[in-house]
Write a new protein. Structure first.
Length: 208
């Protein structure tokens, strides 16, 4: 029975598919703000169905995890750093929530050997079939401490957790980014305060 369970876990890991998230022109995102030549847009993944288009987890929101896609356009001449530990989600009830590291999220959802292992067969086919591990997928898509190049658009996900997943965490919420920092000089640009409501779909409840 133990070997059977381990085999199922290994199969789950080998079948994990890394999905590509398309980045649209930044002006197409309704929830955005521009400060000092930097435009930040946010795209909330408020339902299980939408989250499943980005991550190979069918009930991500139902388990309390709400991904937020952040797109940053740097039209300045400077390299900038975004430090995710300073970012806060201010909820409708004025609760301040900090981001959950992608590694912690993946460890919670995928226990044991399914977290970061693939079978040899799956590893050989990974490049052509976009197979990967849950840990590599979530960490690669994480926004954590990303360097923003001049004249470029960068993107990544922030993850927030709620113990009440039946309620849409993003409804009525605002993302607050205190500052971006110029590399080297540490000169700051910001703050950025972005209401998420303009980007939410009409149906704000999570479909089970």
């Amino acid at each position: 029975m133990l070997w059977l369970v381990l085999g199922v876990i290994a199969l789950m890991a080998s079948d994990y598919k890394m999905k590509t998230v398309k980045v649209l022109p930044i002006e197409s995102y309704p929830a955005r703000i521009t400060v000092g030549g930097i435009t930040i847009a946010v795209d909330p993944y408020e339902t299980d169905e939408k989250s499943y288009t980005a991550f190979d987890v069918k009930k991500l929101n139902s388990q309390g995890y709400f991904p937020l896609h952040v797109i940053i356009q740097n039209t300045s001449q400077d390299f900038l750093l975004v430090r995710t530990r300073n970012i806060v989600l201010v909820t409708e009830s004025a609760q301040q929530m900090f981001t959950i590291p992608a590694t912690i999220l993946a460890e919670d959802l995928f226990k044991g050997s399914s977290l970061d292992k693939m079978s040899e067969k799956a590893r050989a086919a990974a490049a052509s079939r976009r197979l990967g591990t849950p840990l590599s997928d979530f960490t690669e898509k994480d926004l954590t401490n990303k360097l923003l190049e001049p004249g470029k658009v960068s993107d990544g996900f922030l993850f927030f957790f709620t113990s009440d997943p039946k309620k849409n965490l993003f409804a009525g919420s605002t993302l607050f980014i205190p500052k971006l920092e110029e590399e080297g000089t540490r000169k700051s640009v910001g703050p950025f305060s972005i209401s998420l409501d303009p980007a939410l779909s009409p149906a704000k409840s999570i479909t089970k």
